[in-house]
Design a binder for this molecule. Structure first.
Ligand code: 13P
Length: 339
């Protein structure tokens, strides 16, 4: 494996660190802001990221931050680039390179990830800007008659072609096939679908000669559909998720990170903690959360400068608790502590 890819992975995850994915596209971020009563503007989108990334002490818990096109080329109010801001703190810079998911022709209700066109040149640009890892997300939906094998395979091949191009540029790929929580399906169905998706993703990664030891998998946890009305314990989620991953993920993969996918921040932390406590897996596990890390801070901030300190405290707290969870040292009681 390329020494650079290996070093990047080691550096991001050393000392129980994880990833902040603050890479929501402009329209998604605007929606998240509107949902908490903020009237979105480009300036506020950048300001929110500045508040998070200038929080003192985050580099103890966060080793990598995934940015999007808008933020990677923006500057803080202090006049330095976000890339520089992160580098100064010893945090690796990541870039989301997919161009979202789009309707999959001939397959109603299904999505295909796009973003391969021109990607080799874009990687060159991101490399020059200072990115050392990247992310590409595909979405698999569960429903009546879906996902189809065509959708699973097509997305898996797109992810594999992305990962090959990323490694060619010596940028660590984060391959993210997200089986989304939407729907009323039971947990078993999420288990079956995630197993099939991972099986195909690793088949295509190997077919495209991707170096599995120089990449990161970003996976969903195994959960019942959010409208299923089913209640599962955090331990059950942890056991089932590990069962699927241990069957489908090659041992040479260095790290599996999880997305939060709409789980509450506390659940996302607690389930990670349960997995760490169970142990016995050959790869490292960590977090790569967006909503579960920054969601509570966005709600507290509300776009007001007077709330900045409180928003930063909340962000640092979530980052710290998730880092503790990686060592199985998180406890619900810690949610009540003040910092
Ligand atoms: P969530 O943690 O909000 O699911 O976001 C993670 C992510 O990067 C989705 O692509």
């Amino acid at each position: 494996m390329s020494a650079l890819l290996k070093d990047t992975i080691l550096e991001i995850f050393k000392n129980s660190r994880g990833i902040l994915a603050t890479d929501a596209t402009e329209d998604t971020m605007d929606k998240r802001m509107s949902d908490v009563g903020i009237v979105p503007t480009p300036e506020l989108r950048v300001r929110f990221r500045e508040i998070l990334l200038t929080t003192p002490g985050i580099s103890e818990f966060i080793g990598g931050v995934i940015l999007n096109d808008e933020i990677i080329s923006s500057e803080t109010s202090g006049g330095i680039s976000f890339v520089e801001l992160l580098s100064q703190q010893g945090i690796k810079v990541g870039i989301k390179v997919d161009r979202k998911t789009h309707d999959f022709a001939n397959f109603p209700g299904e999505k295909i990830a796009e973003g391969l066109d021109g990607l080799r040149d874009r990687f060159k640009k991101y490399k020059d800007l200072g990115a050392s890892f990247s992310k590409f997300r595909a979405v698999i939906r569960i429903g009546e008659g879906i996902p189809t094998q065509a959708c699973i395979e097509s997305n898996a091949e797109v992810l594999a072609r992305y990962a090959a191009l990323s490694q060619e540029s010596e940028i660590v790929p984060i391959v993210e096939p997200e089986v989304v929580m939407d729907g009323s399906h039971p947990m078993e169905r999420c288990m079956q679908v995630t197993s099939a998706v991972l099986q195909n993703v690793f088949f295509y990664l190997q077919k495209h000669r991707v170096d599995i030891s120089g990449m990161i998998l970003k996976s969903n946890m195994i959960l019942p559909g959010k409208d299923s009305g089913m209640d599962v314990s955090d331990k059950e989620v942890a056991i089932t998720t590990l069962e699927v991953l241990k069957r489908k993920v090659p041992e040479i993969l260095p790290v599996v990170v999880f997305l939060s996918g709409g789980q509450s921040p506390v659940s996302a932390t607690s389930r990670l903690n349960e997995m760490a406590k169970i142990g016995g897996f050959p790869w490292k596990i960590s977090f790569s959360y967006e909503r579960a890390l920054e969601g509570p801070s966005l709600e507290i901030w509300k776009g007001l400068e007077s709330n900045v300190d409180l928003a930063r405290n909340e962000f640092l707290k979530r980052a710290r608790l998730n880092s503790l969870a990686l060592a199985g040292r998180y406890d619900l009681q810690m949610e009540r502590d003040n910092s």
